[in-house]
Design a protein around this ligand. Structure first.
Ligand code: IMP
Length: 186
């Protein structure tokens, strides 16, 4: 395991992203942050603390089952509870990998008929992209390695509380059930 992004660099970059959002949404009455659970929560909290306009946080949770189908099936575990119809929304996600999750979340949220929708992703793994999804506020591009820390669970759901982003060794990431799930975009 080695560090990819130090805690200080994370916070500094999140400050930059918050600055961009403050510029773009500085005049709205209320900004809706829709956090994709579980991984997006650390990022969302640190981002929200730096936003200057009133924010309402809400949460969505989805899960994917790859099974024997390469495309997998995504389903909703927990829906948002607020009415976002016509409202400005930022979807806050930990990492966009294949893009499957974000594509599903954006398609699903569109059913709620929001106003302007933006995507904030702390990490972007473009080398694995299979679905073209927008990322308006992007923290860091990461290589095709399994990453953990700062809200991302890691191999056995024990690494989310690390204050930095770490890369796990290839053999560790592929030799465990969690590594297998990751490779299927779960
Ligand atoms: P996607 O649907 O393939 O874009 O994957 C997005 C989701 O998969 C994220 O919300 C994470 O939960 C998970 N994920 C993807 N890559 C990683 C990783 O490197 N570490 C931990 N979780 C990951």
């Amino acid at each position: 395991m080695h560090t990819l992004v130090e805690a200080e660099a994370l916070q500094s970059r999140i400050g930059d992203l918050a600055g961009e959002i403050n510029q773009e949404f500085g005049t709205v009455d209320l900004l809706y942050l829709i956090v994709v659970l579980r991984g997006g929560c650390f990022f969302a909290v640190d981002l929200a603390k730096r936003l200057r306009m009133p924010c309402r946080l809400d949460y969505i949770r989805v899960t994917s089952y790859a099974g024997s189908q390469s495309s997998g099936v995504m389903s909703l575990v927990s829906d948002i509870k607020t009415d976002i119809r016509g409202k400005p929304v930022i979807v806050v996600e930990d990492i966009v990998d294949t893009g499957f999750t974000m594509k599903f979340v954006l398609s699903y949220l569109a059913l709620h008929e929001p106003g302007q929708v933006r995507v904030a992703a702390l990490l972007d793994k473009p080398s694995r992209r299979r679905f073209d999804v927008p990322i308006h506020y992007r923290g860091f591009e990461v290589p095709d390695v399994f990453v953990a820390g700062y809200g991302l669970d890691g191999l056995d759901d024990t690494m989310a509380n690390l204050p930095r982003i770490v890369a796990l060794d290839d053999d560790a990431a592929t030799a465990t059930p969690a590594g297998l799930a990751y490779s299927m975009g779960a």
